[in-house]
Ligand binder design. Sequence first.
Ligand code: ADP
Ligand code: MG
Length: 401
Amino acid sequence: MGQLVLSKDILDEIIESRLKKKHRIFLDKEKLHPDYIPEKLPHREDQIKRIASILVPGLEGTRPSNILIYGLTGTGKTAVTLFVLRGLEDRAKIRGIRFRYAYVNTRKTDTTYRVLAEIARSLGLRIPYTGLAIAEVYRRYIEALDSWRGVHVMVLDEIDYYVRKHGDDLLYKLTRINEELTHGKASIIGITNDINFVENLDPRVRSSLGEIEIVFPPYNATQLEDILWDRARDAFVPGVIGLDVIKYCAALAAREHGDARRALDLLRVAGEIAEREDAERVTIAHVKQASLEIEHGRIQQIVSTLPLHAKLVLKAILYSIRDKGYSTTGETYNKYRNIVTSLGYEPLTQRRVSEIINELDMLGIVNALVVNRGRYGKTKMIRISESVLPVIEQLLSVENG
Ligand code: ADP
Ligand code: MG
């Protein structure tokens, strides 16, 4: 009963505080969601035309060439590909043409069974979540595609995740699928953020998957401004976003290799902060705050997925920093060993701990600077930036007691 009253109070409070707000920030926040595909994709006209003209023979029953698309994160690869495929599929439907696509993100759908099941389901097949042999799912897909007699485009997004985990057998098999088909036709679009992946791909797979290769260049600050304006117009109440705010988000994201996703995140989170504060409009201060919150979220994500010993090394660094503002490799190791033995575990070697410190440095969690201490030799000065220190302290004390 007490519980019920309490939750009722909380709900009333939330509703009242919402109703008390004088200002409205968002018109339709969904328009800033990373999965939302806008009706216009500025500065990607060339890529849209290129992909559409490669795929359009599919509407005449010809197998389109396979395409390998690569470029850094947030350069519009997923949005452009889906934009073109949805557009073509809609138009094919109106004309009664058998042209369809399947979209699988292999970072999220990460087993061979689930990848094939999703491809097969997009042709309307009912594939159970488990229970069939992979070869059986494959066989049913081929059979369905053949009796449907259409053109099927499979998009394998973030394909490097799948290949890193399971190798390239499936890709090899799928690039040869047309040899097993009599009436249906299949093409593949592989997408990756990882240029190293493309370069290390087996040459046979690369040449058949990348019959055509398309590179997405990063956006510059001015291009990001155009993109943000378009999305902001639909997402915000008129007048709450000014050019200064758009320019500032674009500049921050341009520094981050021209990532449109980061630019949109900044704008969305800045809007949420303005909404929380019941501000009249979104300001540069809100964007700065948003940038901090996003950075904290990133740190949180990294720290919570660190392996146990890396967490304990980080904890050892925190203790030294509490004492005197920084730590060294030797001090970190001593504190680490104390923590580990008090927990009843076996400590790693000093050398391994030193490697972990380097990894934490590369992840941007700590700053490790090599300093020369004369006759005492070299050591590392390890610090943690003040803006993230409280976040890490909180995460570790919660998790490890
Ligand atoms: P990638 O797949 O290359 O990592 P995405 O296609 O997911 O990048 O794009 C990241 C975000 O930026 C998405 O929300 C997408 O809608 C948006 N976006 C990217 N390019 C544009 C553009 N030219 N116009 C409007 N929004 C864009
Ligand atoms: Mg993508």
